[in-house]
Design a protein around this ligand. Structure first.
Ligand code: SF4
Length: 349
């Protein structure tokens, strides 16, 4: 059963940095200060009542948790300990920077029942990191992942493709690098220009253009495909719609959509059908079959894939379900031919 993740945002708290792309107060949608122990307790109870019986984790996101004063960290983590002892919460997860995870910090997190650490890697290209004023190197990220894995934590890596100086190849190399270092799961947030950030200044002066929607979807699809092939889950693609984000207002440019994850997965099915169709003698009156759980991704958001296949000259009439197919598979079928493929093992880039 998927764990229930109960999030608390600590916007920009503890972070002395000003990364070029970051406006944590906008991203988190919260202007409040740190959650009090009472608020943590009440919020957890409310979440547990809405989803009884599921394993639960408390998550501290936003900012750089391990750069908070140690007493503040202890207060937040301490507020969760009675819930863990009572068996209501199974563990704690938090996000932080690669250069804020030394051995002493990891020992402190172990003592406070933290099980999962999500590391904001963003890129493993030193020039990209430097231009984004991250204040740490790619080597520090690799070493942090290795150190945190060795200490027994479950480790996630957050990547931010499309920053100044980044491209599809460097983004892909970053993904392969964090997986090689031991990251067990990933988050992918294609670069968006948030108002009030350093990136917004560059964009408004014409010095930077983030990947647009179509470019961003394609880059994310390549990264997702590589993650699938390495058997690493991608637990999030794109910033969440409820995080105080409004296109044209807080989001000035970049690849953002409330259903970006679905769009990116759909891109893989789109590309697989395009590749399989090359093996058909004639695509007239062809049908795509997939596992019914994947209908929306295979058809594409707003039927986008069906439309694009037709625009490309394929005679695909519809998408139908076939429970014998795995979620990653689909079959392209005409009266005379049947071709089955997988977005993981058949699709290639
Ligand atoms: S380290 Fe994280 S919270 Fe701090 S400025 Fe950079 S992205 Fe924002």
């Amino acid at each position: 059963m998927r764990p229930l993740i109960i999030p608390f945002f600590i916007p920009h708290a503890g972070c002395p940095h000003t990364c070029l792309f970051c406006d944590q107060r906008t991203i988190s949608g919260e202007q409040t200060l740190l959650p009090t122990p009472e608020r943590i307790r009440v919020t957890v109870q409310q979440w547990l009542e809405r989803s009884p019986g599921r394993p639960a984790e408390v998550a501290f996101y936003g900012g750089s948790f391990t750069l908070l004063p140690r007493s503040v960290q202890a207060g937040l983590l301490g507020a969760v300990q009675p819930l863990i002892r009572a068996g209501q919460v199974d563990g704690i997860r938090l996000s932080t920077r690669p250069d804020a995870l030394d051995a002493d910090t990891l020992q402190f997190l172990i003592q406070h029942q933290v099980q999962t650490v999500e590391i904001g890697v963003q890129s493993l290209d030193d020039e990209v990191l430097q231009r984004a004023t991250r204040g740490h190197s790619a080597r520090q990220s690799i070493e942090a992942i290795q150190r945190v894995v060795a200490a027994g934590f479950r480790v996630g890596a957050q990547l931010l493709p499309g920053l100044p100086g980044d491209n599809q190849d460097t983004a892909l190399a970053s993904l392969c690098g964090v997986i090689g270092a031991g990251a067990q799961f990933l988050r992918i947030y294609p670069a968006v220009v948030l108002s009030g950030t350093g990136l917004a200044g560059l964009y408004q002066r014409g010095s930077y253009q983030p990947p647009d929607f179509e470019q961003g979807v394609k880059i994310c699809a390549r990264l997702l495909h590589a993650a699938y092939q390495a058997d690493r889950p991608v637990i999030r693609i794109g910033l969440q719609a409820d995080q105080g984000l409004t296109p044209g207002k807080t989001i000035l440019a970049g690849c953002w959509h409330p259903a970006l994850g679905q769009l990116v997965k759909g891109e893989l099915y789109h590309d697989l059908v395009m590749q399989l169709s090359g093996q058909l003698n004639n695509s007239a009156d062809s049908v795509v079959y997939c596992n019914a759980r994947r209908f929306s991704e295979v058809r594409g958001h707003g039927q986008r894939n069906l439309q694009r296949w037709r625009q490309a000259g394929l005679g695909i009439t519809t998408v139908l379900g076939d429970s014998s197919l795995e979620g990653d598979q689909l079959r392209l079928e005409t009266i005379k031919q049947k071709i089955t493929g997988s977005i993981i093992t058949t699709l290639f880039y």
